[in-house]
Design a protein around this ligand. Structure first.
Ligand code: NAD
Ligand code: IPM
Ligand code: MN
Length: 338
């Protein structure tokens, strides 16, 4: 058992509910310890505080991060900065992996890994107003970051036994920025002769994800496209509540489900916890706890097959009931292994 804790940053709405509930499961099944850090929009409204230097230092002392979801106001609020955007930048979490896999019975088959650039592009924060008539957002692409992201994506694909990487961009319009991203990704791909490297424009990729997802294995794409395509892929398969992600940097990794704080269902105890559970599996694996990761994934998949589902997935179970079933499956699995 590792005595260094994982930072627990639940933030708002169902993000907070699920991070807390899943951290209890990780603690009771695998002995993972947590250091809780308060952040998010509700915390800001109560206290006027966002993540400060001391919080960031405490997070740095942890061995990884379990993040819930934040509520982001739609327009600027003085003094508030989105904790997730801040953490991605502060910890240089340049790669975000978003596996979308269908497990529910039905026609909606999907097994795609989206590797999303996570700190640049339109998220670089270079947005300004030029007065009442014009606003500008700069899309930033750097060679160094694109190259390490592309290498990461091909290595990750190889590690998972995947064989096809599709670079998704819009270089027919954004010839310099997306053009540079495309050029570097295709160039790095030449170092991986075992991989079939393809490319697709982002609008067509969105269409094909809905109509013919089988053509994709690994998608390597830019920040905003990865954001949108991961919701599209989740919507075209089991749903947003199942979709996990892991943000990775040179020093640490941050597990974050793809969904947001879901104000429409917050506080009702019915949020789907599988996205948070599968995000935790990705984090455990990254932290070297491969066996725990496999045990948790198998337990969650079994609970899905046993129809322990929340209302968004057509079930009638609460978050707690689903997590209880997952926990029982973990324990039954470890008894079997003895
Ligand atoms: P959302 O992802 O929170 O919700 C979209 C829809 O999916 C809602 O109907 C919601 O009920 C449903 N849903 C999402 N996750 C679910 C789950 N686990 N179980 C059951 N149903 C689920 O998107 P939104 O409503 O556009 O955003 C709400 C807030 O969350 C916004 O302020 C947004 O900025 C923020 N957000 C944060 C993150 C993050 O912190 N990582 C991600 C996305 C959105
Ligand atoms: C996501 C979210 C975030 C993003 C928001 C909350 C900043 O939508 O992780 O998918 O756009 O990256
Ligand atoms: Mn998103």
């Amino acid at each position: 058992m590792n005595s260094v804790p994982v930072a627990l940053i639940g933030c708002d709405g169902i993000g907070r509910e699920l991070a807390q509930a899943v951290s209890r499961l990780l603690n009771s099944c695998f002995g993972v310890g947590f250091l809780e850090i308060e952040a998010g929009y509700e915390h800001f409204r109560r206290t006027g505080r966002t993540l400060d230097a001391e919080d960031l230092q405490r997070i740095r002392s942890c061995r990884g991060i379990l993040f819930g979801a934040t509520r982001s106001p739609r327009s600027r609020v003085a003094g508030y900065e989105s904790p997730i955007l801040l953490l991605r930048k502060h910890f240089d979490l340049f790669a975000n992996i978003r596996p979308v896999k269908s497990r529910l019975k039905g026609e909606r088959k999907m097994d795609v890994i989206i590797v999303r650039e996570n700190i640049e592009g339109l998220y670089a924060g270079r947005e300004r107003s030029n007065g009442p008539e014009e606003a500008v957002a700069e899309k930033v692409v750097t060679a160094r970051n694109t190259e390490r992201l592309a290498r990461f994506a091909f290595e990750h694909a190889r590690h998972l036994g995947r064989t096809r990487v599709t670079v998704v961009h819009k270089s027919n319009v954004l010839k310099l920025s997306d053009g540079m991203f495309r050029g570097i990704c295709l160039e790095v791909g030449r170092d991986y002769p075992d991989m079939e490297v393809r490319e697709e424009l982002v609008d067509a990729a969105a269409y094909h994800l809905v109509r013919d997802a089988g053509r994709f294995d690994v998608i390597l794409t830019m920040n905003m496209y990865g954001d949108i395509l991961s919701d599209v892929a989740a919507g075209a398969s089991d749903g947003l509540g199942f979709a996990p992600s892991l943000s990775i940097g040179p020093e640490t990794a941050l597990a974050e489900p793809v969904h947001g704080s879901a104000p429409d269902i917050a506080g009702k105890g019915i949020a789907n916890p599988y996205g948070m559970v599968f995000s935790s599996c990705l984090l455990l694996e990254r932290l070297g706890q491969e066996q725990d990761s496999r045990a948790l994934r198998a337990a969650a998949e079994q609970a899905i097959a046993e129809a322990f589902l929340t209302p968004d997935a057509g079930g009638s179970h609460s978050t707690e009931e689903v997590l209880c079933a997952v926990e029982q499956n973990v324990r039954a699995g470890s008894r079997q292994a003895e």
